[in-house]
Write a protein that binds this ligand. Structure first.
Ligand code: ZN
Ligand code: ZN
Length: 453
């Protein structure tokens, strides 16, 4: 990298090259200069321009957010939202692909200078929740979910994510000629999961080539955060959100009379022992100093009558881990515990664990490199390393292919204590729009610093 003391000379060279007629020596110098990575002063100038452009786009981004909030759409049904996004990206002169993973939109912004490729991801889907917040642009939308008519609401803040990424696209398109590299914008459907029987979300976007041609070297994503006041940013190297797997077990016994259990094999007693045995995996068998984990049985079904020991019991639960290696270990131990207990009773158990959603794993090196950008954007005291969370997030699929950084954006107004803020997925969930410009600044600066660094 060329130090800033050489900047004036280089800028002079560039302006001479740009303004003077082609001379004998200039063309041979051109490619060498264009390949030069952005030096300190140029980056500082671009950062200042980004800030000015964020201020200019803020009002529009708030209007997009309100419009999207008032017209929420469920996963794989984001037709209107995707249309808004695609029209906007096209108006910025980007290459746009639509209908990726049903309703996803991929926009490619090619900078005027050579450099790496980086991706920005936003999710667009809303939830089957009936909004209770009193807003002039509150959702009154309804939709169909699992055969039922339901209220639809952006109860997870994906309306802000979409508006922030649209704003980031506009800001970076404004400095396209001086941008050293390419930015891929991924607007994805169905982050909350596709409707039963359908595929969708990040995994399907990847399968349909969203990370190819051009292939990004890194990806950035954010999520609104109700544990932080407006303008705060939270990050964590390594696992920030858990993997989520659905566990299904069927305990097979032998049906018999409830008064004479010795004539059969009781799957209810066996299933009960398995539930308790599973609780020793997290408490006794994994190293909790590495990362937390959760094994929950959420449903047990078996039996039909007080005096019949049934033939089988079905149990369904969820498994959350925050470390990819621990995920493998917990899975092995669930099988071992269930099978060991079943065989001790003379019963048999089938154990199925879905591959589920991986750990949202922030590449430690990328995180370390980009945290100074977050601190510059929000102010050092506004940036926190956060504890890991046990919800899951399908941004994790992108991070399995390329290094990624997923961070939190505080959206609780300063006037509301954090403990009083309604969580995401609640009908009272509320996000302060004051966070939108912070989100755009964070994303645009991460991209700029990654490309120019
Ligand atoms: Zn959610
Ligand atoms: Zn969400």
């Amino acid at each position: 990298m060329i130090r800033s003391s050489s900047t004036a000379v280089l800028l002079a060279c560039l302006s001479i090259l740009a303004s003077s007629p082609v001379s004998g020596s200039a063309p041979t110098r051109g490619p060498a200069i264009l390949a030069w990575s952005v030096n300190g002063d140029t980056l500082a100038a671009l950062r200042a321009e980004v800030d000015a452009r964020v201020a200019a786009v803020e009002e529009k981004a708030v209007a997009w957010r309100r419009d999207i909030h008032q017209h929420p759409e469920l996963g794989n049904r984001e037709f209107r939202t995707a249309g808004l996004v695609a029209d906007h990206l096209r108006s910025l002169g980007m290459e746009v692909r639509t209908e990726v993973a049903h309703t996803g939109v991929v926009g490619v912004l090619r900078g005027g200078l050579p450099g790496p490729v980086v991706a920005v991801r936003a999710d667009m889907d809303a939830l089957p929740v009936t909004e209770m917040v009193d807003l002039p642009f509150a959702s009154r939308a309804t939709g169909e979910y699992m055969g039922q008519e339901v209220g639809v609401m952006h109860a997870c803040g994906h309306d802000l994510h979409t508006a922030i990424a649209m704003g980031t696209a506009e800001v970076l398109a404004g400095i396209r000629e001086r941008l050293p590299g390419t930015v891929v914008f991924l607007f994805q459907p169905a982050e909350e999961g596709a409707p039963p029987g359908e595929e969708g979300g990040a995994a399907l976007m990847i399968a349909e080539g969203a990370l190819e041609d051009p292939r990004p070297e890194a990806i950035f994503g954010l999520h609104v955060w109700t544990a932080g006041h407006t303008g705060m940013l939270g990050y964590r190297p390594g696992g920030i959100l858990a993997s989520s797997q659905t566990l299904r077990m069927v305990v097979h016994g032998t049906q018999t009379h409830g008064a004479m259990p010795w004539n059969g094999v009781d799957p209810i007693v066996t299933a009960s022992q398995i539930v308790l045995g599973l609780q020793t995996i997290v408490s006794r068998q994994v190293d909790l100093t590495t990362a937390p984990a959760v094994v929950t049985i959420g449903m047990i079904q078996g039996g039909i009558r007080h005096n019949i020991i049934p033939d089988s019991v079905v149990m369904v639960g969820t498994v959350r881990t925050l470390d990819p290696q621990m995920k493998v270990e917990v899975e092995e131990r669930i099988r071992r515990v269930a099978q060991g207990i079943a065989s001790s009773a003379g019963a048999r158990v089938e154990v199925e664990l879905t591959s589920g959603i991986p750990v949202t794993y922030n590449d430690p090196e990328l995180t370390r490199r980009m945290v100074p950008t977050l601190e510059r954007v929000a102010g050092r005291e506004q940036v926190r390393e956060v504890p890991p969370g046990t919800p899951a997030e399908d941004f994790a699929f992108f991070q399995q292919v390329i290094p990624g950084l997923y961070f939190n954006l505080g959206v609780v107004p300063d006037t509301i204590p954090l403990e009083a803020a309604a969580p995401a997925h609640s009908p009272w969930f509320f996000a302060d729009e004051g966070a939108i410009p912070v989100g755009i600044r964070a994303m645009a600066n991460l991209v700029l610093d990654f490309l120019g660094g």
